[in-house]
Design a protein around this ligand. Structure first.
Ligand code: KG4
Ligand code: ZN
Length: 331
């Protein structure tokens, strides 16, 4: 079944064509306008989606070498995300479904992130643990079967990516913060200063990054601008190490608690090479396999939505035209 996936939940406008076995295209247009504001501006995001979504779909079809009439099913993110942004993709999908006479299914964006691992590793079979770490979410999920998810832990305040973005903003490094902090950290000494790690109650799989964020802010204020500038790579490395330590410890703990033998990473923060490498290394010691998708499938993309969509469409589990966007949808 040829599925067209559409993703407009945040600041990436994306469309992808998946033929059930091969990813024929995955076009992602990242809205650069938000860089001027140090974060995603919801109103600008939805306006940009309106402008971009049709050209992005046309490009996805063209790269796949297909016309719209070959598409037999549609999959679209209907939550969580920004209400106005979700509405653009969902309304367009409903229109396409009606006019083409083909079914559509609304997909939970977080479930999409988990499926990204299956796209990259088609042999992947549940059960496994998924860590979803992005700008909006940090969750540990026990994937018992496809379609059956138990959330084992989530952030109680900021998401991991959000902490990268805010710290980068304070350090004057621009938006998004993850890539620039990772690059700086590669040349820094992570032991230059030790920032706190919030492990919360014993055995807890929840996360908290706001204390770390504040600790970095207080530290930078205490040493002043000149020393901050001089030690930017060291501060970036120390901050990144604190985030990674907690993500890795809790992900391995989730594997231990559930006796899972496979861990999957996804979301924008999963692009981080230091996180990937350390988790692979620590996983090897604990005899746990660690998988992650390539960068284009880690961050927001429509390929993961199309893949999840195929799972539901093939079972005849279609959505109806009264489906509304759900900005706070849970797994
Ligand atoms: O999944 P994503 O593209 O969009 C959301 O759903 O949020 O994730 C974006 C987040 C941003 O917070 C960004 O700073 C972070 O992922 N990120 C990274 C890296 N690349 C992107 N965080 C750490 N290291 C990176 N290399
Ligand atoms: Zn996402």
């Amino acid at each position: 079944m040829i599925v067209l996936g559409i993703e407009t939940s945040c600041d990436d406008t994306s469309a992808a064509v998946w033929d059930g076995q091969t990813l024929l295209s995955n076009v992602i247009s990242t809205q650069l306008v938000h860089r001027n504001f140090g974060g995603v501006v919801p109103e600008l995001a939805s306006r940009s989606h309106v402008r971009l979504v049709v050209p992005v779909i046309e490009q996805a079809l063209s790269e796949a070498g297909l016309q719209m009439r070959s598409v037999k099913g549609l999959a679209v993110t209907y939550g969580p995300g920004l209400a106005g942004s979700l509405l653009v993709g969902l309304s367009l999908t409903k229109g396409l479904s009606l006019s083409l006479g083909i079914p559509f299914v609304g997909i939970n964006h977080l479930e999409g992130h988990i499926w990204a691992n299956e796209l990259a590793h088609p042999d992947l079979r549940p059960p496994f643990i998924a860590l979803i770490a992005s700008g909006g979410h940090t969750q540990l999920v026990h994937v018992r079967e496809w379609g059956h998810y138990a959330v084992l832990g989530r952030t109680r305040d900021d998401a991991a990516g959000e902490a990268f973005d805010k710290v980068a903003k304070w350090l004057g490094l621009g938006f998004p913060g993850g890539p620039v902090i990772e690059n700086l950290a590669a040349g820094g000494n992570a032991k230059f200063v030790r920032f706190p790690r919030a492990f919360l109650e014993e055995g807890s799989l929840d996360f908290s990054f706001s204390g770390l964020k504040t600790a970095v802010l207080n530290y930078v204020r205490s040493i002043g601008p000149a020393k901050t500038r001089q030690h930017l790579p060291d501060i970036a490395a120390a901050f990144q190490a604190a985030v990674i330590d907690v993500l890795i410890a809790k992900t391995l703990l989730a594997a231990k608690q559930t006796k899972a033998k496979c861990l999957c990473l996804s979301g924008g923060v999963a692009v981080n090479r230091a996180l990937q490498e350390l988790l692979v290394e620590r996983g090897r010691v604990e005899n746990v396999q660690v998988l992650f998708p390539p960068p284009a499938l880690c961050s927001d993309n429509a390929a993961m939505i199309a893949r999840a969509g195929q799972f539901y469409l093939e079972q005849g589990r279609f959505s109806t035209l009264d489906l509304a966007p759900n900005p706070s949808l849970n797994l």
